[in-house]
Design a protein around this ligand. Sequence first.
Ligand SMILES: C[S@@+](CC[C@H](N)C(=O)[O-])C[C@H]1O[C@@H](n2cnc3c(N)ncnc32)[C@H](O)[C@@H]1O
Length: 272
Amino acid sequence: MRSKVARTSIEATFVRAEESSRPDRLFDDPFAPLFVAAAEQDRTEAEDEAAATWKKILAFNVVIRTRFFDEYLLAATEAGCRQVVLVGAGLDTRAFRLDWPSGIRLFELDLGDTLGFKNEILEKAGAQPRCARTTLVTDLREDGWPTRLTEAGYDTALPTAWLVEGVLGYLTSEEAARLLGTIGELSAASSRISFEHANLSSGSAFLAEAKAVPALAEIAAMAKGGLGEKTLPWLGDNGWDAVLHDRADLAVSYGRQAMGRSNGGLITAVRR
Ligand SMILES: C[S@@+](CC[C@H](N)C(=O)[O-])C[C@H]1O[C@@H](n2cnc3c(N)ncnc32)[C@H](O)[C@@H]1O
């Protein structure tokens, strides 16, 4: 994958490959090692203690969020959502590795570079999706994607489970509000949405510290903070009933020790 933005998806995949090899893993992504092998991109090594600590915190966040979103999606489909949309799907292989109820239609939206790489590896591996899977090359900054999504078979009348994993933090507050607003317009009552809430406003100490670590500079420089502290009130004002799940509490419930400073968690919301 050539572009800097497409390469952000490989960082999470390194973590998923590593976690999948643990005997006490919180999920199993058998495709992650295949992407890692094909990416021809070395994981950036931590060059000092601060960088190593940060990398551990970011890896911990990916592990906890992966397990949480696995459970969120399966619960949402069991609760009646017949469609799933992975926004900025990256190298997410949930279509292939989760035990979906029958009749689920799943859409993956991402840039062509990422989806091209992903589909090539999955095809080579003979991977079979466990739901009806459609990948849609999408630039989320453009206006036309909702139309193309409906043309691809998305039904605005059906409750949908949306996942926006690892995406909103790379957007400005205005861009994040616009994306979430569009998703709201496409969401029938009882639809659900979930995403990480890192509580990173652009001036936050957390983000400033990450930016100061050279090994993280490239990724941290792309972080714009999304809706930050405005996220929960914004959801309430825009048709969603939202709950914030504390990351540290989730970790403990999964048998893992919480790591790093508390900086938010995972949001789930239901469309009114
Ligand atoms: C950090 S990755 C997260 C990928 C995946 N959801 C995960 O958690 O593993 C961010 C993803 O957003 C995608 N992305 C970034 N900007 C985008 C845009 N304008 N339109 C569509 N996808 C975009 C990238 O290609 C990348 O796959």
